[in-house]
Design a protein around this ligand. Structure first.
Ligand SMILES: Nc1ncnc2c1ncn2[C@@H]1O[C@H](COP(=O)(O)OP(=O)(O)OP(=O)(O)O)[C@@H](O)[C@H]1O
Ligand SMILES: [Mg+2]
Length: 250
């Protein structure tokens, strides 16, 4: 049965897209059949992270009723399957205000085509995010270790639960260990959810985005990569033991 797992936070820029792409890539490397869907409908950016901006078919064509969602799937050179959004401002303006109440129906065609669909979501708490969370079985909340991010992420957890989406835990992203940072135990207490994984601040994340490749593919031995792979294994119910991959980037 295909599972729909959203990565979400109302706070912009906390690492939703990075987490969606890298968890999916790690799971694919572990043998799971995964698709990343860019469900950040008003500001899609999966294709920017992966260097595939010019695409013939996107989720926006599906929303307009022109194609089926299965016709909008691409395989990135890293091996990751993605369903991207359209980044053109004209298309985004055209789709603004579109009725998203049937978003769950749009996803139905994906059932049976893959084990897991990871939905990258947009920031905010509006109807777009509510529609995407309402169409997802489960959600992982993501936050940075600072109060403004944690309070926004708390609201997303509430929105997900109101929409009937099970919140399975939290990723704390960009932990640097500086004195101003919130402690993980305090984040866990504020959010009332399990911390599933902690991803360190790592320049290799930015380097991989600049290279338009998933971090875990380009820098498999980097600290953030190892943590993403550990988290992916945990979500799959497996244990991950890291061994350095000879000749790869650090
Ligand atoms: N662990 C990390 N270490 C260093 N930089 C990171 C890390 N995670 C994310 N970033 C940086 O944070 C920025 C935002 O990441 P990302 O695009 O994944 O966030 P987002 O939540 O999807 O943003 P939006 O709300 O705009 O969709 C990127 O420039 C990325 O390089
Ligand atoms: Mg994003």
């Amino acid at each position: 049965m295909t599972r729909f797992l959203a990565i979400a936070s109302a706070k912009g820029g906390v690492g939703k897209t990075t987490a969606a792409i890298n968890l999916a890539t790690a799971m694919v490397n572990f043998g799971k059949d995964v698709v990343v869907l860019d469900a950040n409908i008003s500001k899609p950016n999966v294709s920017m992270h992966l260097g595939t901006p010019k695409l013939n078919h996107t989720l926006h064509d599906v929303l307009k009723g022109n194609i089926h969602i299965t016709d909008a799937a691409y395989i990135h050179p890293s091996g990751l399957r993605i369903i991207p959004g359209n980044i053109s401002l004209a298309v985004l303006k055209e789709i603004e205000g579109h009725d998203l109440s049937n978003f769950k129906n749009i996803l139905i065609d994906l059932i049976g085509t893959t084990d897991l669909v990871i939905l990258d979501t947009g920031s905010g708490l509006g109807r777009e995010v509510q529609a995407v969370l309402g169409a997802s079985d489960e959600m992982i909340a993501i936050t940075n270790p600072e109060i403004t991010s944690v309070t926004d992420t708390f609201k997303t957890i509430r929105i997900a639960e109101e929409a009937g989406c099970k919140v399975i835990g939290v990723i704390v992203n960009r932990q640097s260990g500086n004195v101003a940072e919130m402690e993980v135990k305090n984040i866990e207490a504020m959010l009332g959810k399990n911390i599933l994984g902690i991803i360190p601040e790592d320049i290799n994340v930015q380097k991989s985005i600049a290279a338009r490749q998933p971090l875990v593919y380009l820098y498999p031995d980097s600290r953030a990569s190892i943590n993403y792979k550990q988290l992916a294994a945990k979500l799959m119910g497996q244990e991950y033991v890291h061994s350095i991959q000879a000749g790869k980037n650090k």
